[in-house]
Every structure is written in C-alpha cells, then in structure tokens.
Design a binder for this molecule. Structure first.
Ligand SMILES: [Cu+2]
Length: 170
C-alpha cells in the first residue's frame, strides 16, 4: 500500500479573521451564487452534492476534491475511479492517522452502502488530483469524471474555493 505525506494538501496558512461586515457580505454573495450553481448531480440512484476543492498555491502539483455521495438505492455500489482534464492522474485517497502522523493512502474504491451518505472531506476520503497541469483558482469549476461500479459514469464540476476552505456543513 502506498503511503504519501499529506502535507501537500494541508492549508498553507491560517485564514485571517475578517471584519464582520465583510463576512456578512461574502456570506450573502455565497448564498446567491450557491443558488445559481448546479451543485447536485445524479446518476441512477447515486446523488453527488457540493463537490469542492481548494485553490492551490503556485507550483502545487496536487489537490484534494471533496463531495458528499448518497446512495439512494437498495444495492451497494462503489466509487472505483475518477479522472479530470486538469490532472495527469486522479486517485481515490483516504487520510488517516498512521504512527502519530496524518498520512494518506490510495484506495481501490469507496463502498457506498444502500441508504448511506459518504462524506469526502478534508481529513478523510478525497479524490486526489495529481500532476496538476495548472493551479486551481478560486471560482474555477473543474470537470471531474467519476466512475461507479454499477451506476456508471457521472460528470461533475468541482467548485474551487479559497485556500484552506473548510468542509461544507449543509
Ligand atoms: Cu490524497
């Protein structure tokens, strides 16, 4: 099993707190734009929502993509692979503690049990975009093709958020 250090996709620096008024202004912009984006994708009984990645610093070669996958069917399915035109290689990864250090490792897939909601989020499962051909910029929408064992192929657009953006809570 291949072990990689995950430092490359950890936030480079802490976000500085912003004045409350600007925070509210940004929040309302996000709410408005959130309504305009198609953030839910469906293939057969699988629903993928809120796919996002974080903007990458110049020269970065890797980025994690995160999303929520819900299996609304009655059969187990499995996310088996992914690809993207912005990345030379895309793998499915898991981040976990290993000997006191957070490391990530490549998985053969992620099981999606009937009725289950699986979160791909910072610090856990993620789709790893490797060998990036360009930096991911805030506001970009990165095309990613997900392949599921039973449901087949689903094309999604991953929203690129600011560096260090936290997981969605909705
Ligand atoms: Cu990874």
């Amino acid at each position: 099993m291949r072990l990689l250090e995950c430092r490359a996709i950890m936030p480079i620096k802490k976000i500085t707190p912003m004045p409350r008024a600007i925070g509210f202004a940004m929040l309302s912009v996000m709410l408005v734009s959130g309504a305009a984006f198609a953030d839910d994708y469906q293939v057969r009984m699988l629903r993928v929502s809120n796919p996002f990645a974080r903007a990458t610093p110049p020269g970065a070669k890797v980025a994690g993509a995160f999303m929520t996958i819900k299996n609304q069917g009655t059969e187990t399915d499995r996310l088996v692979s992914a690809s993207s035109p912005v990345a030379g290689l895309v793998e499915i990864h898991e981040m976990a503690m290993d000997g006191g250090m957070m490391k990530m490792r490549a998985l053969k897939g992620i099981d999606l049990k009937p009725g289950a909601t699986v979160e791909l989020q910072p610090g856990g499962y993620h789709v790893m975009l490797e060998d990036l051909k360009q930096p991911l910029k805030q506001g970009d929408q990165v095309p990613v093709k997900l392949t599921f064992e039973k449901a087949g192929v689903l094309d999604i657009k991953v929203n690129v958020e600011r560096m260090g953006a936290a997981a969605h809570t909705h």
